[in-house]
Design a protein around this ligand. Structure first.
Ligand code: HEM
Length: 317
């Protein structure tokens, strides 16, 4: 006769196996369920960046803006034009959606319904960085997707602004468990990409009270008038705008940071020594950047039974 204990133990095992646990992200998450996912994403991102170098910058930023609003849950990718997508910091600014969607399609073609959009974006940000000369890092995986976008108000309070002071930036990142060094390293991604005149006008006309190289100010004023031309673009790194290097930090040393939030990182405050350290040891920037991207990718992910795997990134199934 089978003892009653046998049934009890079996029941407990069945129950435990069905309880969704608070899973941790892991770099091997898709090793069994979709072993070719990462190479499919990489191929897709390499193609997109070779078509347009700026896309590398846009993808890195998209991952950042995803993670800072409601966690790294792919929420920014949803085609909801009432929430975070139309926040001041995103509206008419974030881009790269069709590239993420194409990478997701490539993954869906080999293993449908397995890989989240949040993970596709995290991998895309890494592959984009590498495609323009950055150093690789190991992306942790297993994020699931949100069913809704973050609100406009949440995005406006949680995303930093180009006019922010050093203290504001430090506390904004601290709210996401990122320290001052992470903040400086991650700002180093402004070594690639472009910004709109409206985001740096106050600075180049001397209205932010943060010192600026006069020749650089005049140069930028040529494409960014006092009124009008809000969407005119300028490179965040005037020296090598398409290369992931430390020129961004060198510019700060020369008071040629484009945004106020760039220049405050080297303006006689606590982060000067971090910037100086990266200039002295470029490799330390490249490795810190990867480590901080891993930390950023850990912000409030949906795991286990939370969230969904979207079929397309723009809509919640
Ligand atoms: C420290 C606080 C930060 C502030 C205040 C800030 C602000 C900005 C602003 C105002 C722009 C220009 C947007 C436009 O004109 O449409 C921009 C662009 C960009 N940001 Fe940041 N950012 C910050 C941190 C970061 C971080 C942490 C990352 C990534 C890890 C990042 C990546 C980028 C990239 C790559 C671009 C260029 C995007 C493109 O060309 O499409 N930024 N940022």
């Amino acid at each position: 006769m089978i003892s009653p204990n046998y049934y009890l133990v079996t029941l407990v095992i069945v129950l435990i196996a069905n309880v969704p646990c608070e899973a941790q992200l892991s770099s091997t998450f898709y090793d069994r369920t979709c072993p070719k996912a990462l190479s499919a994403i990489q191929t897709s991102i390499r193609q997109a960046v070779s078509r347009e170098r700026r896309m590398a910058a846009s993808l890195v930023r998209l991952h950042f803006h995803d993670c800072f609003v409601q966690g790294c849950d792919g929420s920014i990718l949803l085609n909801d034009f009432t929430g975070e997508r139309v926040a001041l910091q995103n509206n008419n600014s974030v881009r790269g959606f069709e590239v993420v969607e194409a990478a997701k399609r490539a993954v869906e073609a080999i293993c449908p319904g397995v890989v989240s959009c949040a993970d596709v974006l995290a991998v895309a940000a890494r592959d984009a960085t590498v495609a323009v000369g950055g150093k690789s890092w190991i992306v942790k995986l297993g994020r699931r997707d949100s069913t809704t976008a973050g609100s406009k108000a949440l995005a406006e309070s949680d995303l930093p602004r180009g006019s922010d002071s050093l203290q504001a930036l430090i506390s904004n990142f601290a709210n996401k468990n990122l320290n001052e060094r992470d903040m400086v390293a991650l700002s180093g991604s402004h070594t690639i990409g472009l910004a709109r005149c409206v985001t740096f006008r106050a600075r180049i006309y001397g209205n932010d009270n943060v010192s600026i190289d006069p020749g650089f100010a005049r140069l930028r004023q040529q494409q960014c008038p006092q009124t009008g031309g809000n969407d005119n673009l300028a490179p965040l790194d005037l020296v090598t705008p398409n290369l992931f290097d430390i020129k961004y930090f060198k510019n700060l040393e020369q008071k040629k940071g484009l945004l106020t939030s760039d220049q405050v990182l080297f303006n006689g405050g606590s982060s000067d020594s971090i910037v100086q350290g990266y200039i002295n040891n470029p490799r330390s920037f490249l490795s810190d950047f990867g480590a901080s991207m891993i930390k950023m990718g850990d912000i409030e992910p949906l795991t286990g039974a939370n969230g969904i795997i979207r079929k397309t990134c723009g809509s919640a199934n």
